[in-house]
Design a protein. Structure first.
Length: 144
């Protein structure tokens, strides 16, 4: 389990994130025991945007920035969610509070060439995911 501590920056109302890995016992895990993401980010995802449809039909737009940060724009909320993303082998992983880390097969999303793919995460979450094309990404940038 990962606990993310959010620290507000008073004047700007911006948050910075610090992650601490917690064992199921509630004890913190030594930094040396935490698996890191692979070096670099795959070109297929770096700087790209994906649409994610949850089991209840909610649509979220997720930007995977080249620096490993992630922004989720939820359909039913004005609150943007910030977190981190990276890869472990053939999995794309996202990590944000309060959810924690979750990983999915990345090859299926790339192979679908912009079509929705049904995925199940390493935590059992079922989602429909698709990678937006450049034109669609421009429309998302212009609207938000």
């Amino acid at each position: 389990m990962k606990l993310t501590i959010l620290t507000p920056l008073a004047a700007l109302a911006v948050t910075a994130c610090t992650s601490i890995e917690m064992a199921d016992t509630g004890e913190s895990v030594p930094q040396s025991a935490i698996a890191s993401y692979d070096e670099g980010w795959p070109a297929e995802f770096s700087g790209r945007t994906v649409e994610i449809v949850t089991r209840d039909g909610t649509l979220n737009v997720v930007n995977l920035a080249p620096d490993g940060t992630m922004t989720i724009i939820p359909e039913l909320s004005l609150d943007v969610v910030k977190g981190k993303w990276g890869t472990r082998g053939d999995k794309v992983c996202i990590n944000f509070a309060p959810r924690g880390e979750e990983c999915w097969d990345s090859a299926a999303v790339i192979a679908a060439n912009g079509d929705f793919v049904n995925l199940t995460s390493d935590r059992g979450t079922n989602l429909k995911v698709r990678l937006l094309n450049e034109h669609e990404e421009e429309e998302v940038d212009a609207s938000g």
